[in-house]
Design a binder for this molecule. Structure first.
Ligand code: PLP
Length: 409
């Protein structure tokens, strides 16, 4: 007789891990698509899917390189693309970076998880923004750490609240995550804010994890400062990649740079090297694309310049959303997202996942609820302004209609 089948359960380690951008509401959208419904997707920053193709020279180099890119490489990556990242750091004035400090990854995501895993013991704390890009909270939880969220203040263009950061530091705080430009708010931090964060990190010996994956997706002629360029005495790990600025997230090409106070971090760097070795290497064609991208024409500039496609879509989404009663939005200075607020007096939402579900079911528009970004109140949502202006107008019109019904319920 066969023994009775045991249930296969997920690990307890996943108990507080959550990634709602690809969560149950997306499953529902897929099911609706299978049933023949057409959904307008404002849920994921998958740029190429909206007719914003990667630069042709990257695609052509990818094709040309494929036959010669079937082997493993060094765990940290090939020399030439890592050297191109060193040059990029020089342009961004991050001091003292050598090829040895550069790690290539299958997207920034892999390196984010790796760098957090290499650092944390059970119960160690990491300061993370609220709202956040939820991979960080998930990665800290999966590493046995405790995510501690600091507030970004909507009243001050979503700037990190430095007093709140300071109040949340404990003996166990190991690091602070700074996402600049920010997903989901579109905020871009001035040097003064970056310097304040550095001072906190300096005082409390925190590592700065700097996510700068949108550092060229910036509107209105603003510039971007790498936080690592302002702090050569604080350990910084900076993440970047091709997914957004070069519209090629499917190529899974990212990098991470360790800079600043490295002398006291030899043991941590050994941990990073070990984890980099365990995953053998990043995909080789993606590595080669990094070199092409960084050295090539920066066509993102045309998209974000006044009148460029992304700039127009941002303006349109902002104008239309702010015309809806009870909806307010901080106009993004960068990235691909907005994080609108729904006045709780007009829209008393108890469960914003249900809200996203209902919007999907009634109007076939897919957004992500604010609590999916570790925002505590159910009064925000995130949308991407990637669809063309016709689709965006249609989508925001449907959101307005849905909210009108919601109010009158
Ligand atoms: N960091 C931020 C802030 C993001 O928004 C994203 C993707 O949306 C990533 C990292 C993931 O980047 P990659 O595609 O390089 O893994």
């Amino acid at each position: 007789m066969k023994p009775a089948m045991k249930t296969v359960s997920k690990s307890d380690k996943l108990a507080s891990v959550c990634y709602d951008i690809r969560g149950p509401v997306l499953d529902k959208a897929r099911q609706m698509e299978d049933e023949g419904h057409k959904i307008i997707k404002l849920n994921i920053g998958n740029i190429a899917a909206f007719g914003l193709e990667p630069p042709d020279e990257i695609v052509q180099d990818m094709i040309r390189n494929l036959p010669h890119a079937a082997g493993y490489t060094d765990s940290k990556g090939l020399f030439a693309p890592r050297k191109s990242v060193v040059h990029y750091c020089q342009e961004k004035r991050i001091a003292g970076v050598t090829v040895d400090d550069v790690y290539l990854g299958n997207g920034a995501s892999e390196l984010i998880v790796m760098s957090i895993n290499a650092l944390l013991n059970n119960g160690d704390e990491v300061l993370l923004p609220a709202p956040d890009y939820p991979l960080y909270t998930a990665a800290v939880a999966l590493s046995g750490g405790t995510p501690v969220h600091y507030l970004c203040d909507e009243q001050s263009d979503w700037m990190p609240d430095i007093a709140d950061i300071k109040s949340k530091i404990t003996e166990r705080t190991k690091a602070i995550v700074v996402i600049n430009p920010n997903n989901p708010t579109g905020a871009l931090y001035p040097d003064s804010v970056l310097l304040e964060i550095i001072e906190v990190a300096r005082q409390h010996q925190l590592i700065i994890f700097a996510d700068e994956i949108y550092d060229k997706t910036i509107y209105d002629g603003h510039g971007h400062t790498s936080i690592a360029s302002l702090a050569d005495d604080v350990l910084c790990v900076t993440f970047n990649g091709l997914s957004k600025n070069y519209r090629s997230c499917g190529y899974r090409a990212g990098w991470m740079v360790v800079s600043g106070e490295k002398r006291h971090a030899r043991d941590y760097i050994e941990g990073l090297n070990m984890l980099a070795s365990m995953r053998l290497c990043a995909n080789t064609p993606g590595q080669l694309a990094i070199q092409t991208a960084l050295g090539g024409y920066q066509s993102i500039k045309d998209l974000v310049a006044p009148g460029g496609r992304l700039a127009r879509q941002r303006d349109q989404a902002y104008d239309l959303l702010t015309q809806i009663p009870g909806v307010s939005v901080v106009k993004p200075k960068a990235a691909l997202y907005m994080f609108p607020r729904l006045d709780p007096k007009m829209y008393p939402i108890a469960n914003d996942q249900q809200f996203a579900y209902d919007l999907l079911a009634e109007e076939k528009v897919l957004i992500v609820q604010g609590t999916g970004f570790n925002w505590l109140q159910p009064d925000h949502f995130r949308l991407v302004f990637l669809p063309n202006t016709d689709d965006l107008a249609e989508a925001v019109g449907r959101i307005a209609r849905f909210l009108d019904h919601y109010r009158k319920r």
